[in-house]
Design a protein around this ligand. Structure first.
Ligand SMILES: Cc1ncc(C[n+]2csc(CCOP(=O)(O)OP(=O)(O)O)c2C)c(N)n1
Length: 147
């Protein structure tokens, strides 16, 4: 996330209309660089979009066990930028939310935080499924949404 913030600073200094789109997970939103990056991007009104793919789990830990807020996007208020929650399973909704953020960035109005609520059908990495941290029914219900 600091690298993305730096890329946005580079775009600004080079006088381009480039916008940096930074993807990260909900677990990452609990790490220090998330807060440092959002703060500096807001102070300098940088053309960067922070897009959190919130799949409900940081490795094997459910969001409710590790995260103080229900919506990661609500943290945007701490950094005076828009925080938008969008259905991450709806590609058109994501496109619309990101397009709005891009227009804002290109108008020199600064960064945005977009939170796409989604799911991870597989595990964070091979071999992390034990001990079980979620039910087969939960995975099946999310898979059913995409059919
Ligand atoms: C720069 C850096 N900091 C910390 C970590 C340690 N780390 C490994 S996985 C993880 C959290 C992953 O959670 P999430 O971003 O929600 O991804 P998911 O579990 O959904 O794949 C962290 C903080 C790392 N890999 N790299």
């Amino acid at each position: 996330m600091p690298t993305a913030t730096g890329a946005a600073l580079s775009a600004r200094l080079r006088g381009t209309d480039q916008v940096c789109l930074c993807f990260f997970g909900d677990g990452t939103a609990n790490c220090g660089p998330f807060h440092e990056s959002l703060n500096l991007a807001a102070v300098w009104r940088l053309p960067v979009i922070f897009l959190c793919e919130n799949n409900g789990y940081a490795m094997c830990s459910a969001q409710a066990r590790t995260t103080s807020v229900a919506d990661i996007a609500s943290r945007a208020a701490s950094y005076c930028m828009p925080g938008i929650v969008v259905d991450g399973q709806d590609v058109l909704a994501v496109h619309e939310a990101v397009s709005t953020a891009v227009a804002r960035a290109r108008a020199s109005q600064g960064p945005s935080l977009v939170e796409a609520k989604t799911y991870r059908y597989c595990d964070h990495q091979e071999g992390l499924e034990y001990p079980p941290y979620r039910s087969e029914e939960e995975v099946a219900s999310w898979r059913a949404r995409t059919q």
